[in-house]
Design a protein around this ligand. Structure first.
Ligand code: AMP
Length: 287
């Protein structure tokens, strides 16, 4: 696997790969775990070559967030990507991604406004801008993102559709189901921040979500069930709970009654200093 950190070298390496087949892009911020590696494996099923990127994108972190603390472990990540048969790693530094004078930002309204967009102002502008740049830099045929970041996936799909990002850039944006630890906790680079006690308590997040979903699918009152879920999370040591929301799976519009179309239960909550997010499918009942 080749690693490049300058745009000119990336373009040359991508041109070489494209000469012998299609390209799938998997953007990441590194500190790779089994969730990321599942995206790499899935990417191989969609294209001849996989290009991964590792870039801890400063513009998607708020001023009081964990940009400096975010784990950086390039050598370990390179070994993992190599073992997965990734062809090329794009690992730019901040100056390569945002040269002096950089002044453009992409803002996707609607889907980016609630949920994490409300609790992390500016976050999705940073995501949309960097992902658009990655698409233009690599010009992949397909790109893969985890459903773990459901709202991010919706924002990227909206941006790609609105900005006509079609072949030979990205025609297909593929979502990959969340990979979980044995106790249900969604894998995340941020799980490394948790102390052993916090890690044990964090499992309650997904367990309580699954209980809430079976109640909602069974016809229980939505507001009462979401209230119950929030209090369960508080009892498990989550504070604050940023949101506990039932939303339409595609539009992310909040639902206050039993869903009649596929829906999503989405949660963000803090365990100590660590902000964890999770989301799961909720069946819609025939109206
Ligand atoms: P990150 O490095 O956290 O920015 O994540 C890079 C990509 O991996 C994003 O598309 C995430 O949604 C995806 N991802 C992160 N964690 C998981 C997981 N547990 N399962 C599936 N995909 C994931």
């Amino acid at each position: 696997m080749q690693t490049v950190s300058r745009l000119k070298l990336l373009r040359e390496a991508v041109d070489d790969l494209r000469a012998s087949g299609t390209i799938a892009l998997v953007p990441t911020m590194g500190a790779l775990h089994e969730g990321h590696l599942t995206l790499m494996r899935e990417a191989k099923r969609h294209a001849a070559h996989v290009v991964a990127s590792i870039f801890v994108n400063p513009t998607q972190f708020g001023p009081n967030e964990d940009l400096d603390a975010y784990p950086r472990q390039l050598a370990q990540d390179q070994a993992k990507l190599e073992a997965e048969g990734v062809a090329l790693l794009w690992a730019p530094d901040v100056a390569a991604m945002y040269p002096d004078g950089f002044a453009t930002s992409i803002s996707v309204s609607g889907v980016s406004e609630g949920l994490c967009g409300a609790s992390r102002p500016g976050h999705f502008d940073g995501v949309a801008t960097v992902v658009c740049k990655l698409f233009n830099q690599v010009r992949p045929d397909v790109a893969l993102f985890g459903e773990k970041d459901w709202q991010q996936l919706a924002v990227i799909r909206r941006m790609a559709a609105d900005l006509d990002l079609t072949l030979p850039c990205v025609e297909k944006i593929i979502g990959v189901p969340t990979v979980r630890e044995e106790d249900g906790l969604a894998m995340s680079s941020r799980n490394a921040y948790l102390s052993p006690g916090q890690r044990a308590s964090a499992a309650r997040l997904n367990q309580a979500m699954r209980e809430a979903i079976s109640r909602i699918e069974g016809g229980a009152d939505v507001a009462a069930t979401l209230g119950w879920l929030e209090s369960e999370l508080g009892a498990a040591g989550f504070a604050p709970v940023d949101y506990v929301t039932l939303a339409d799976a595609a539009s992310l519009r909040e639902l206050s009654a039993t869903p009649t179309a596929p829906a999503r239960l989405l949660v963000a909550a803090r365990m100590g200093k660590t902000r964890l997010i999770d989301n799961m499918h909720v069946d819609g009942r025939a109206a």
